[in-house]
Design a protein around this ligand. Sequence first.
Ligand code: SAH
Length: 361
Amino acid sequence: METETTGKDILLGKTLEELRLVAEDCGMPGYASKQINGWLYNKHVTSISEMTNLSKTSRERLSQKYDVGCCEPVDVAEDKDGTRKYLFPARNGGFVETVFLPEGKRAAVCISSQVGCKMHCAFCLTGRGGFKSQLSAAEILNQLYSLPERDKLTNIVLMGQGEPLDNYDNVMRAYEILTGKDGFGFSPRRITLSTCGVLPKLKRLVAESEMNIAISLHSPFHEERMEIMPAERAFPINDVVAFLKTCEEFRDTYGVTERETSHQRKLSFEYVLLKGKNDTPKHISALKHLLKGLDCRMNVIPFHSYPGCLFQSPTQEEAMAFCQELERNGIRATMRRSRGKSISAACGMLAARRSKSAYQK
Ligand code: SAH
């Protein structure tokens, strides 16, 4: 049960089935659950008082025990490239950031799954602050529900703060609502979850969802990956990739053109390029060996530096050259353009500082 500080249970994140129990609990007729469902997932109301096709008594009874559970962002910063970063308060304290990324006909939202993170990747600013709390399904959904650009969204990426597979149940509950026909009805193919590779949960994710999967790879070598991603100790990338190779849907059995148009979910790897660290020819040949036989794409992300960081960013040219080298070795690679740099919205920069200085352009 999700409760707010008011002690009331939260409606956002409940399935139609669960709303039936809510209606019953409040002595409302069975069909009221459909009405509540519509108010939530079609009309996106912010309060129970807006559910005007429920009787006044029903609304009153419902309000005694329940809240919609949505919450407006408390701050916004905009970059000149159109990227907007919103700050949402979390129910257990702290804030999470949600980034709106418009690009031509596409408009993606990058949402967070935790306040802070337990994974402690050496290059990531979020990890530095440590873990604070799990977001509830309602808090995950609210980042879309209360987003001013909600109706423009074409894609959702779970790549914000936190490790989504370390908050599996709440992330999956949010996914059910996002994709459910009684929920937001979003196509799973337009949702991508990014993970450092929490293997037991990744196995469940493949079995229990249809969303696209992105794995943060960052080094093909066990020792080196362990140094920059402590999660490698528990979930070695070799085991993660070996598992992915057992999945029929990720096998490289198509020609490139067929694969590009296939309706299967997509597998990608993220590779934060750390200058002089993970960008050598040795890395390229190990990556080629590692990913052989997988139908995947590599997203190369030039490291975004920040004050006091341990690594160096490659130049644009160096990152491009690395991508070309991957391509020459049979790995389809794209360089991820940095977005929202001036508002600290780029990957790994989501430190959720509330200080005004973080929002200066
Ligand atoms: N926990 C998830 C989501 C993390 S953020 C995961 O590990 O995939 C999304 C991506 O940004 C990850 O690939 C992460 O490694 C990367 N990232 C983190 N800090 C970065 C930085 N300073 N520069 C570039 N990319 C970074």
